[in-house]
Design a protein around this ligand. Structure first.
Ligand code: GLU
Length: 462
């Protein structure tokens, strides 16, 4: 069974790059009826926070990405790590290094002066003398000193690292006994049964070190897929301004989970030229072997396009529910069907949709100056009066068509063009020139409110 994982360090919110990695891992597990597990890498007590963990879990909940089983917290696993450190020491695969900070600095400076790579020189690797007093040792692993370490990567192909270039006997436990990053990742991936590791390619340089640990502990090495980064339109690493922001900020901006996930799956992965993927299709079609070798480009227009696609295709009942998050309660509005049908085609985001709806259902309290200037020319007030009188006299006004018929009557009787009624009526109803069809607006707000808005606008003119 395929077991994948997402292993965030809770140093901040979940950002878009992390979420894409999580999505890829999730899809790959689900495609194979496998498991997708979550591990919180919270060993760095100074930088981690519970709020950050909560923010990450919130984002998962919003997006409907469910993880299997209990969450593993590295901060609760010190004893497990200590056991493996002891095992490595007992087996002679790791050793205590008593080098002081001063000695390390001295070594580094000498290496730099000689234009050598700065690395530990192995001086305690075979040490069997009396340890210096007053120095708490760190534990170092005995890494191979020659040969190559091959990372078989499902995205990048075989990546070979020369042991002598990249490895020194790196530290696996600090002087205070706390284990280091590469050690705990390897131990946990093994203990959690993870056999397919999908992660950002910023971790590729850690992988040979983790392989050293896997081998020292006799663990089977998982398959790796290192996913290239997401870049902005300028080909640079994503910054906050480009969208490298909190995933939950996308909710605030009015993006739907489907649009965001669909957007992310296409960042670095494709299936022919298909752009729209339901979750079921993603699960069915995704394969990390098809991930692009080069960085992908973040494109806001694409995200907006997908979002409007999903908004258009969301049922009115569901939209009503979603819009409550944007302060709009339409539950008992009797015309919400007409309203949402008319507006959901126009909105790029749910936030925008809430604003469009509000513009229709709220009586205008001010009027756009330019619009007023343009609309209230000639006999506009007279036209509005004539239309208002027809509305007032009519019975059983219900549908957009009912209002449209009255507008046509005015146009015919007064022998004017449609714009002569459309423009002032639009300003009267909405306070500005933009918005949906006026017959729809009136059908939604009803006869009384239509008359009120017309009267208000006339009063504003006199
Ligand atoms: N905790 C690491 C991070 O947040 C991920 C480690 C991994 O995926 O192996 O970047």
């Amino acid at each position: 069974m395929i077991v994948t994982r997402f292993a965030p360090s809770p140093t901040g919110y979940l950002h878009i790059g992390g979420l894409r990695t999580a999505l890829f891992s999730y899809l790959w597990a689900k495609k194979n009826d496998g498991k997708f597990v979550l591990r919180i890498e919270d060993t760095d007590k100074a930088r981690n926070s519970q709020e950050a963990t909560k923010a990450i879990l919130n984002a998962f909940e919003w997006l409907g990405l469910e993880h299997d089983g209990e969450i593993t917290y590295q901060s609760q696993r010190d004893e497990i790590y200590a056991k493996y450190i002891k095992q490595l020491l007992d087996e002679g695969k790791a050793y205590k290094c008593y080098m002081s900070k001063e000695e390390l600095t001295e070594l580094r400076e000498a290496q730099m002066a000689n234009k050598q790579r700065t690395m530990y020189d192995g001086r305690y690797r075979d040490f069997d003398g009396t340890p210096p007093e007053g120095v708490e040792p760190v534990i170092r692993i005995k890494a191979p000193t020659s040969g190559e370490i091959l990372v078989k990567d499902g995205v990048k192909g075989d990546v070979s690292f020369q042991a002598q270039d990249i490895l020194d006997d790196f530290v696996i436990a600090r002087a205070d006994g706390s284990p280091t990053y590469n050690l705990v990742v390897a131990i946990d991936d093994h203990l959690m049964g993870i056999n397919e590791v999908v992660r950002g390619d910023d971790h590729l340089s850690n992988t040979p070190k983790q392989i050293v640990i896997y081998e020292a502990l006799g663990f089977e090495i998982p398959s790796f897929y290192h996913v290239p980064m997401i870049h902005n339109a300028q080909g640079k690493k994503l910054s906050k301004r480009d969208g490298a922001t909190d995933v939950m900020a996308y909710k605030e901006m009015g993006y739907t989970p489907q649009a965001l996930l669909n957007f992310l799956v296409r960042l670095g992965w494709s299936h022919g030229d298909q752009e729209i993927f339901s979750m079921e299709e993603m699960k069915h079609l995704f394969n990390p072997k098809d991930i692009n070798k080069s960085a992908s480009i973040y494109n806001t227009e694409k995200l907006d396009w997908l979002n409007s696609h999903y908004i258009k295709n969301t049922s009115n009942a569901e939209l009503t529910e979603l819009l409550t998050d944007y302060g709009l309660v339409l539950t008992s509005h009797d015309k919400k069907e007409i309203l949402l049908d008319a507006l959901k085609e126009r909105a790029k985001t749910l936030k925008e949709l809430a604003e469009l709806v509000n513009d229709v259902i709220t009586t205008p309290t001010s009027y756009n100056e330019k619009a007023v200037k343009k609309a209230f020319k000639g006999n506009a007030v007279e036209v509005l009066n004539a239309f208002g009188a027809k509305v007032s006299a009519a019975d059983g006004l219900k549908l957009p068509l009912d209002y449209h018929t009255l507008m046509e009557e005015v146009v015919n009787e007064m022998e004017i063009g449609f714009g002569k009624i459309g423009n002032p009526l639009r300003v009267a109803l909405l306070g500005k020139m933009s918005g949906p069809g006026l017959d729809t607006v009136m059908a939604v707000i009803g006869k009384e409110e239509t008359m009120l808005r017309i009267a208000n606008a006339i009063a504003m003119q006199s």
